[in-house]
Design a protein around this ligand. Structure first.
Ligand code: PSV
Ligand code: MN
Length: 388
């Protein structure tokens, strides 16, 4: 039997970080649709993130992306966020949008470009010092498009050298999250293509380096929960970038494409007792809302993670363990599926009411008038965008 009070306590302590860029305009390489009310600067993105936290109660931090969130005074931005009710979370570096990075950033054959890219990563650590952020998230688009284009091995050496320099610059309580991605924009080799490569570099670097699992960055059919279980056992799972994919890196709302996969991932987290914030896993969203309302989509995503987590917490682990030991294949599977099939929405509504929140955060957002207000107020200026 699962203890419902313990399930609720775990859900109350859950923390999900939202990304500043998800509030901004985004799109595909074909078209970016401008949406009324979209933030024009980092403060407006933070205000939207604070709204999501106010309505959900479990999204108390917002990740920044540099240079999309470049400001003159980061301490002031952190103060603005704190006053709005959220903290600045991970600082995401960006070494993929400068003309110099056509052939790579930290793995570029030219040392001048490598220096420039590494300097940007070091600048991100300076920003973390000012915002009080714990995590530096690194994603490299580096790779090659054609066999023979560059030395695969030399690029690994260059990557290791840059990572070492940045790692050594980290403060005592700061961490490096190394994200991997199978392909895109590089179509032949990618320098950090998979969790194994990220894990090997983290091991070489030291305990402040951990892997970030972006759920959209795998080949179709990859068993992501296996990766999660392995990295948790090794103590090197540091973060998630949650989103959904049907085909490639679609960046759709988490839980939209495959809620069962999200449940299986969250079950591994729960089974490792890694849901607690002090377990050190950053649960972040990394999504783009190209055609749907951005703020309600982010609220929906937070609720989807909560629902998957509630189901994972409901797994009767004692019964599961017994069935596993008996070699009862169908019995063990049934225990897991029973939890997945449970409608946890009443439980979550009850929890929100206990927390003084509206039981239906999406409906509460629609009723709040916030969307109408930002559409009326945010006129003039340039809307923020993925790449702005
Ligand atoms: C790359 O596809 C990625 O997942 C990285 O996390 C980037 O920083 C982010 O997307 C930007 O949306
Ligand atoms: Mn990501």
């Amino acid at each position: 039997m699962t203890d419902l009070t313990a399930v609720k306590a775990a859900l109350r302590g859950q923390r999900i970080e939202t990304p500043s860029w998800a509030y901004a305009n985004s799109g595909t390489r074909f078209k970016i649709f401008a949406v009324p009310g979209v933030p024009r600067d980092s403060e407006e993105k933070i205000a939207d993130a604070a709204t999501v936290h106010r309505l959900t109660g479990v999204a108390p931090s917002v990740a920044l992306h540099i240079p999309w969130d470049r400001v003159d005074d980061y301490a002031a931005l952190a103060k603005y966020a704190a006053d709005a009710g959220v903290a600045i979370g991970a600082i995401n570096s960006n070494v993929f949008q400068d003309d110099d990075y056509k052939l790579g950033s930290v793995t570029h054959p030219d040392p001048r470009v490598r220096r420039k890219a590494t300097d940007h990563l070091l600048e991100c650590v300076d920003i973390m010092d000012a915002t009080g952020s714990r995590d530096l998230k690194l994603w490299f688009s580096d790779g090659t498009n054609y066999p023979g284009q560059d030395s695969i091995r030399a690029r690994q050496d260059r990557l290791a050298e840059a990572l070492r320099e940045v790692y050594d610059r980290l403060g005592e309580d700061q961490r490096m999250l190394l994200e991997y991605k199978l392909f895109e924009p590089a179509f032949y080799t990618t320098d950090v293509p998979d969790w194994g490569t990220a894990y090997a570099h983290c091991l070489e670097l030291g305990p402040k380096a951990g892997v970030c699992v972006d759920t959209g960055h795998h080949a179709p059919g990859t068993n992501i929960e296996f990766i999660v279980a392995f990295l948790l056992r090794a103590g090197r799972l540091a973060a998630f970038d949650f989103n959904s994919r049907f085909y490639a890196d679609d960046d759709l709302m988490v839980g939209a494409a495959d809620p069962f996969q999200l449940f299986r991932i969250m079950y591994e987290v729960v089974a490792a007792d890694a849901l607690r914030p002090d377990a050190g896993i950053a649960f972040m969203l990394d999504q783009c809302h190209n055609i749907e309302g951005k703020i309600p989509a982010i609220i929906r995503s937070v609720l989807n993670v909560q629902e998957a987590t509630a189901k994972a917490l409901l797994v009767d682990r004692e019964a599961l363990g017994e069935a596993q030991l008996r070699g009862d294949v169908l019995g063990a599977n049934a225990v897991l599926m029973d939890a997945f099939a449970t409608d946890v929405r009443p439980l979550l509504r009850e929890l929100r009411t206990e927390l003084g929140l509206d039981p239906d955060p999406v409906a509460a957002y629609r009723r709040s008038g916030y969307q109408q207000r930002i559409e009326a107020e945010r006129v003039g200026g340039v809307q923020a965008g993925w790449g702005a």
